[in-house]
Design a protein around this ligand. Structure first.
Ligand SMILES: Cc1cc2nc3c(=O)[nH]c(=O)nc-3n(C[C@H](O)[C@H](O)[C@H](O)COP(=O)(O)OP(=O)(O)OC[C@H]3O[C@@H](n4cnc5c(N)ncnc54)[C@H](O)[C@@H]3O)c2cc1C
Length: 385
């Protein structure tokens, strides 16, 4: 039977980062199991690629404080590009309540060491982006090191480096079962045969609850559809613009190729494995786009190029990271609630430290344990997009 020191279930950006960090730390017999024929078919290939440190909770800010500089030096360190562009995130507040919220978050971010974030005035927003309707904007927050990466390239870079260090990936291989004995994990069953392993990491994205169930673990991760609409080429809005977020309704957009990528979290969306794009979404999002950027009334979109993917939601919108107390050897890297690309570097490092050394000094991620739900220690993230 094939043996592995660590089996990683799921070859998206999170599984790839865990594989990279484990092999970088000297762990050699790492096997990644991916059920699809290529690794980007899960959420990673559907992502908007936004990376930001402008969160509200210390742990999410700290995850970004490791991850964004990591992306900034990705090519230098790994020898592969990740497409990081430090174009920033600009939150536009339309109520004093929003502004107070941004102010509180900013204080936390600065206290934790974020140097590139600042609050900005309504006047500065209006003069920098006169294309925005700014009559109701009362101010905002901007962080210049926030920006975008190319999730596909980052995932491939992580995995290519892991493979250079002797990790292996099985594609078209479905994990179908997890065997355990009194001491913990013993075997991972796959459509390509069983693997004898004492350590397995659940990196199965929106499908993570199914994998956890195979190990007898109840994991509160739910799939939630998110849709993105790319526009046709449009050159009347600057392409050096940041991710711009309209806090009045959550509409946000960023430059993409010669056009823009439009996003909005439809509050009517319900959980489920829905991955088809719904054409009625186009009108909903274009209405919000034109409301904030009047010239976007002339935007051309081709519905055939729009797509849908799955967020992997947890009840408190924070990831679930670390070992499962009652199943020794079973580790979780799940539930990123839409932040898995930006937090993949920190996640890989934390999981590698926990697996190889039983602890991590990167950040205090102990509050992201699975047990927090049963023990009433949830940590709500409100800066959701
Ligand atoms: C529209 C959209 C926009 C987003 N925008 C952003 C953003 O701007 N910034 C950001 O940080 N995040 C964003 N996200 C979220 C981000 O894409 C995810 O958090 C991230 O990709 C999760 O990575 P992952 O590796 O955990 O999951 P995935 O990429 O989904 O990988 C999980 C893998 O597990 C495999 N798998 C599942 N079950 C099995 C099985 N039984 N056996 C073997 N393999 C299995 C799947 O095939 C899949 O490849 C967005 C998501 C969507 C849908």
């Amino acid at each position: 039977m094939r043996t592995a020191d660590v089996v990683i279930i799921g070859g998206g950006i999170v599984g790839s980062s865990v594989a990279y960090h484990l092999t970088a730390a000297g762990c050699r017999n790492v096997l990644v199991i991916e059920r699809e024929s290529s690794q980007e078919k899960g959420s990673t290939g559907k992502s908007m690629g936004g990376v930001r440190a402008q969160f509200s909770t210390p742990v999410n800010i700290q995850m970004s404080l490791y991850s964004i500089p990591f992306y900034a030096s990705f090519e230098e360190q790994l020898g592969h590009p990740c497409g990081y562009r430090a174009q920033g995130y600009l939150f536009c507040a339309t109520t004093e309540k929003h502004m107070a919220y941004l102010g509180t978050n900013h204080e936390t971010q600065v206290r934790l060491g974020l140097k590139d974030a600042r609050l900005i005035s309504a006047e500065e927003i209006a003069s920098t982006f006169p294309q925005l309707r700014s009559d109701d904007i009362v101010g905002g927050a901007f962080c210049s090191s926030d920006g975008f990466v190319d999730p596909y390239s980052a995932m491939n870079g992580f995995m290519a480096c892991a493979i250079e260090r002797a990790a292996e990936i099985w594609k078209n291989a479905v994990v179908t079962g997890i065997q355990r004995d009194a001491h913990g994990i013993t075997e991972i069953e796959t459509s390509k045969g069983p693997i004898s392993a004492r350590v397995a990491v659940n990196c199965a994205g929106a499908w993570a609850a199914e994998i956890a169930e195979m190990a007898g673990v109840n994991l509160p991760v739910e799939p939630l559809r998110r849709m993105l609409v790319p526009t046709e080429p449009f050159d009347q809005f600057p392409h050096g613009a940041p991710m711009i977020i309209d806090m009045s309704n959550g509409f946000h957009f960023r430059p993409e190729a010669r056009g823009f990528l439009l996003a909005w979290n439809d509050p009517e969306e319900t959980p489920g494995y829905k991955t088809e794009f719904e054409s009625s979404f186009i009108e909903k999002i274009l209405t919000r786009a034109a409301d904030r950027v009047p010239m976007f009334e002339n935007l051309a979109v081709n519905p055939k190029r729009a797509w849908a993917g799955l967020y992997e939601m947890t009840p408190d919108h924070h990831a679930i990271l670390g070992p499962v107390a009652e199943v020794p050897g079973f580790f979780l890297a799940n539930g990123f609630s839409g932040h898995g690309v930006m937090h993949a570097p920190a996640t890989g490092r934390i999981l590698s430290d926990l697996i190889l050394h039983g602890g991590t000094n990167l950040i205090d991620a102990s509050g992201l344990d699975l047990e927090r739900f049963a023990e009433g220690r949830m940590i709500e993230e409100t800066a959701m997009l």
